[in-house]
Design a protein around this ligand. Structure first.
Ligand SMILES: Cc1ncc(COP(=O)(O)O)c(C=O)c1O
Length: 416
């Protein structure tokens, strides 16, 4: 078993004096209190006994139907019976891996990948192969080559895990052409794809792309959704949509894990969705997060040292930055914490130690003022490292980092 980089840092960042750009925390203070009071009040008056009772392992009928309707609004045709309600998207990743992976089985994922998936993959002793991403997401030509090589060696991955839209941690979105290619490869090689999509509704600019699930029609793509980033992370409510044989195994695994997801939580979510408030709330979040993203990008342009680069995400909650390669972001984090600011070092998003010059920065969890101050502090410690390096090497010649990481680099600060 292995610990998650994010959650280790969360313990430190819970201290109020630390500005945390580390977590992926939604801004729950934006949630309208009167909506909460009303929905909870209705639950108490109309269905208290049921809300406090155990429920079916696969989720309540009302919740599964509400999720199918929500996905239909997002352009995905889903039968309620194919939906399994889970205790967050995280549990869906865990249950799928538990159901499908035996020790030593190959799994494929993005490089970098969601840091919270790595401990799961390691727990089930998967052999994880990460496929490099650029500004258009996973390089599917590399994926194709890898699949062919694996096949030649008699190995078939159990699934390909990807966050194709506003990826955590890279912020990048898989292009339409690559989405089509990925689905085509899944069909050709008969390999499942797990599409994890917590951020698709948090778009700040640009046009939505079809999900892998809708391109495939649900034959090879398992879809994971969550209410964490669009409603509340504290509800611990997510879901997955999968072909029946997989759903049956996953439900067995879920019985063993937690019997069922909180019925109270499901009751709350169903009533909130039925009240028609979700689109308005998501719109509010989009406007708050867009401003915070812009504040972060502006501050990075001002305070990050020359030789740094980063991307401009069209949605989601994260900016991925690369510093000059001689700056190790794990060391930098230790120094940044002394200055009261935290981020996730890039190594947390790789299984093999890559990412030492990178960091994930979250812009949803704190105010614009704190984002700017946090970036200023990170910029200060990074510049100190840079000055030290320049003094030690007695050269002003700064190597730019090699290419091949996510980021379109449009946000790169001009060399000064
Ligand atoms: C890509 C991705 N998947 C899954 C999760 C887990 O979310 P939850 O369990 O809160 O639904 C997260 C949380 O940040 C995430 O970014």
């Amino acid at each position: 078993m292995r610990s998650s980089a994010m959650r280790d840092i969360m313990a430190i960042t819970a201290r109020s004096e630390v500005i945390s750009l580390a977590g992926g925390l939604p801004d729950t203070s934006a949630f309208p209190r009167e909506a909460f009071d009303e929905v909870m009040g209705d639950t108490s008056r109309e269905s208290l006994a049921a809300a406090l009772q155990y429920g079916p392992t696969e989720g309540t009928d009302a919740m599964r139907q509400a999720i199918a309707r929500l996905m239909a609004e997002e352009g995905m045709a889903v039968e309620a019976e194919d939906v399994t309600v889970t205790t967050g998207g995280q549990q869906a990743i865990d249950l799928i891996t538990k159901a499908l992976v035996d020790p030593g089985d190959v799994l494929i994922c993005d490089a970098p990948t969601y840091p919270g998936a790595i401990p799961t993959f390691c727990t089930y002793e998967a052999d994880v192969i990460q496929i490099e991403c650029d500004s258009e997401g996973m390089k599917t030509d590399l994926l194709e080559r890898t699949l062919t090589e694996l096949e030649a060696g008699g190995r078939r991955p159990k699934f390909i895990y990807s966050v194709p839209t506003f990826q955590n941690p890279g912020g990048v979105t898989l292009s339409l052409e690559r989405r089509r290619h990925l689905v085509e490869l899944a069909r050709k090689h008969e390999i499942l794809v797990v599409e994890d999509n917590p951020y698709g509704m948090l778009r700040y600019e640009g046009e939505p792309l079809p999900s892998l699930y809708s391109l495939d029609g649900g034959g090879f793509v398992i879809y994971i959704g969550t209410f964490s980033k669009i409603l509340s992370a504290g509800l611990r409510l997510g879901w997955m949509v999968s072909p029946t044989p997989i759903r049956e195994k996953v439900v067995l695994g879920k019985q063993a894990s937690d019997l069922c997801t909180s019925t109270l939580t499901q009751e709350f979510a169903v009533r909130f969705l039925e009240s028609g408030r979700l689109p308005g709330y998501v719109e509010d979040l989009v406007s708050i997060y867009r401003s915070r993203r812009d504040a972060m990008l502006g501050a990075m342009a001002e305070y990050f040292p020359h030789g740094s680069s980063w991307n401009r995400p069209e949605g989601g909650l994260f900016v991925w930055a690369r510093l000059p390669e001689y700056i190790n972001t794990e060391d930098l984090l230790a120094k940044a914490l002394l200055k009261g600011v935290a981020f996730v070092p890039g190594t947390g998003a790789f299984v093999d130690g890559r990412g030492a010059d990178s960091m994930r920065l979250n812009f949803s969890g704190v105010s614009e003022e704190k984002i700017i101050e946090g970036i200023r502090r990170i910029g200060t410690v990074a510049r100190e490292q840079l000055d030290l390096y320049e003094t030690m090497t007695s050269t002003a010649e700064i190597a730019l980092p090699p290419s091949g990481q996510p980021g379109d680099r449009t946000g790169r600060k001009e060399e000064s």
